[in-house]
Design a protein around this ligand. Structure first.
Ligand code: ZN
Length: 266
């Protein structure tokens, strides 16, 4: 049943303007060699988030997750490259966005994808104090002033990516941020609980880049300070997807250079 669903939705995704990231990522076979900034840029991502961060104690977090509380279990189909091959209409009907202070634009949710390692190596892109975990969920948002991914690529304030590090715990618990519900060799069906972001009490934030080509340095990163728990079955399902792959979808840590990293904590 799922193969039919995946096939039909994938066609829609390739022609739909709201799936620009996937289109770019899949169709043009982007590699870092074609984009010099991936090697020479000074504000690249991911980075190690550590005690060089400026700690700012606040009464409430400066980022607001608009309408995230309305989505407690969204079913998505994730393909081998970590990107969604199906976004349910559920989030498209919601006005999901991240907003902050008046000096920062409002960013509307576009799409999500995951990074993980093929085996037991660490699979997060970012690290906390030198430590990486098992997988990383990226919720890509574009500045609401721009109409799609391609337009946002052209501007310094194009993107906000909410990056959630995922850490395996031995036991399955209900209400995880992400959990597997069906697994095949080519895709997995995962439930995502957006509401978990409303429980965050601390986030790192810094200016960085897309972690895949074209590596443009126009991303405001927001990374919750603590990893979210996931079950071993969820990580196993991700690894099953990439078991025949020769390449990992995890980028190595990049230099901080002269950037500031902030840790907002309540
Ligand atoms: Zn990513």
């Amino acid at each position: 049943m799922y193969s039919h669903v995946v096939f039909s939705i994938a066609i829609v995704a390739l022609v739909s303007p709201c799936h620009g990231y996937m289109k770019l990522y899949k169709v043009t076979n982007l590699i870092e060699d074609n984009f010099p900034i991936c090697r020479t840029g000074l504000r690249q991502s991911p980075i190690d988030l550590n005690n060089e961060a400026q700690i700012l104690h606040t009464y409430y977090l400066p980022f607001e997750f608009e309408n995230y509380d309305r989505l407690t279990s969204v079913s998505v189909i994730i393909g081998k490259d970590g990107h969604t091959v199906n976004s349910t209409s559920k989030w498209e009907n919601e006005d999901l966005a991240v907003s902050a202070s008046e000096t920062i634009p409002r960013y509307k949710f576009l799409d999500l994808h995951l990074h993980w390692a093929r085996s037991h190596e660490p699979g997060t892109e970012h690290a906390f104090y030198g430590r990486r975990y098992d997988a990383e969920l990226h919720l890509v948002h574009i500045n609401s002033a721009y109409k799609d991914f391609e337009e946002a690529l052209q501007y310094e304030d194009g993107f906000l990516v909410l990056g959630a590090l995922l850490k395996t715990i031995p036991k399955h618990r209900a209400n995880h941020l992400i959990s597997i519900s069906a697994s095949e060799d080519d895709y997995g069906v995962f439930n995502i609980n957006f509401n978990k972001f409303n429980e965050i009490s601390a986030v790192f934030s810094y200016s960085g880049s897309l972690t895949t080509p074209p590596c443009t340095e126009n991303v405001l990163w927001v990374v919750p300070r603590h990893p979210f728990e996931v079950s071993p079955l969820t990580i196993k399902a991700l690894r099953r997807l990439s078991k025949d792959s020769n390449s990992s979808n995890v980028r190595s840590l990049q230099k901080l250079n002269d950037r500031e990293v902030y840790l907002f904590t309540i």
